[in-house]
Design a protein around this ligand. Structure first.
Ligand code: UFG
Length: 337
């Protein structure tokens, strides 16, 4: 297939581009480079041997998207392009409504004009809000806890509506748990701008010496060691899931909503321990107050993805730590992995 990836130069987009290429698909990258490095397409070419066309434009620019889809007729779109910081979304809701919700509407309009009727969407476990229990199944109630989460849920709903009314032939809403890790080649990975919000990029920056210690946000949660529990998933496994989900919905003309997680909960302290074991680097810790809005514990039941398109995560937390570190160390010019 030929597939256009909005946000294709970003963290999950670039790993999915590599996974698609490895399965023999052609990738077209559509990205405005607002939160992506310029050299990602060249790195992808080194990694995959495939020269992927790059369209630098914004998904809200309907004529630009239509022109891209006419120049490169595709079988489907995988839609990653969005803003994703919870705190920023609460500070500037209209920015998030515009980029994420209006952006998705414009993209869907452009796809309709160009006759492209299949989409895979980058959703999030954030749509479950504070779940009543874990493991989380796809039919658990959705809840909005913040503006970012609202936008993800609306984007999912738009896609489900278009699928239900026959405007889309096939769609997949993929609800990611906590993506971490990097390609083992260390050619692509996550490059957060400024101070990382998320745990793994923060840990890797402590390991390089860029930051003095990790703040552990709360050690009095009702979890085995008191720290927050999440379902971390290696981005290489996540990328593979996109390729398999896409092949499934295209072959069967169906629309699905599925969790992508490992089904394993890992606490902050367990993740730090795994990181120290995998890399031999010590991570100094400071116990800090809880971060407002954090949930104590959640993890996926990933059985539906396996039953539907035969995917399950293969990589464990140590693999995630090792590959995150290999990437961050190579970026920092540290040569010990
Ligand atoms: N944590 C720390 N210190 C840090 C950063 C995080 O202790 O410096 C802890 C958090 O308190 C939490 C765990 O590490 O217990 C994971 O935090 P992340 O920020 O890495 O991930 P979240 O689960 O909070 O957030 C992720 C995505 C969001 C999404 C949310 C719900 O980053 O975009 O899952 O799906 F909204």
């Amino acid at each position: 297939m030929r597939v256009m990836l909005t946000g294709g130069a970003g963290y999950i987009g670039s790993h999915t581009a590599a996974a698609l290429a490895a399965r023999g698909h052609q990738v077209v990258i559509f990205d405005n480079f607002a939160n992506a490095e310029r050299d990602v397409p060249a790195r992808l070419e080194r990694l995959t041997g495939q020269k992927m066309p790059v369209i630098e434009a914004d998904i809200r620019d309907v004529p630009a998207v239509v022109a891209a889809l006419r120049e490169y007729p595709v079988d489907a779109v995988i839609h990653f392009a969005a803003l994703k910081a919870v705190g920023e979304s609460e500070a500037d809701p209209l920015l998030y409504y515009d980029m994420n919700i209006i952006g998705t509407i414009r993209l869907l309009q452009a796809m309709q004009q160009a006759g492209v009727a299949r989409i895979v969407f980058s959703s999030s476990a954030t749509v479950y809000g504070q779940p009543d229990s874990s493991p989380i199944l796809e039919d658990f109630p959705t809840r909005v806890e913040n503006i970012y989460g609202r936008t993800k849920l609306v984007m999912e709903d738009l896609i489900r509506d278009l699928a239900r009314t026959g405007k889309l032939a096939a769609a997949a809403n993929l609800r990611y748990f906590n993506p971490v890790g990097a390609h083992p080649s260390a050619l692509i990975g996550e490059t957060p701008r400024g101070v990382p919000n998320n745990l793994m990029p923060y840990v890797t920056q402590v390991a390089t010496g860029a930051r003095p210690h990790l703040n552990v946000f709360g050690n009095d949660y009702a979890t085995p060691d008191g720290t927050g529990v999440r379902d971390y998933i290696h981005v290489v496994d996540l990328a593979e899931a996109h390729a398999l989900a896409l092949e499934h919905i295209v072959a069967n003309n169906v629309s699905i909503t599925v969790n992508l997680g490992t089904g394993e909960g890992t606490s902050v302290l367990q993740l730090v321990q795994a990181f120290e074991t995998a890399t031999g680097r010590k991570i100094p810790l400071v116990i800090a107050p809880r971060r407002p809005g954090d949930v104590s514990s959640y993890y996926a039941n990933p059985a539906l993805a396996e039953a539907t398109f035969g995917w399950r995560a293969k990589l464990n937390v140590e693999d995630m730590c090792r590959d995150s570190w290999r990437w961050q160390a190579s970026r920092a010019g540290i040569n010990d992995v």
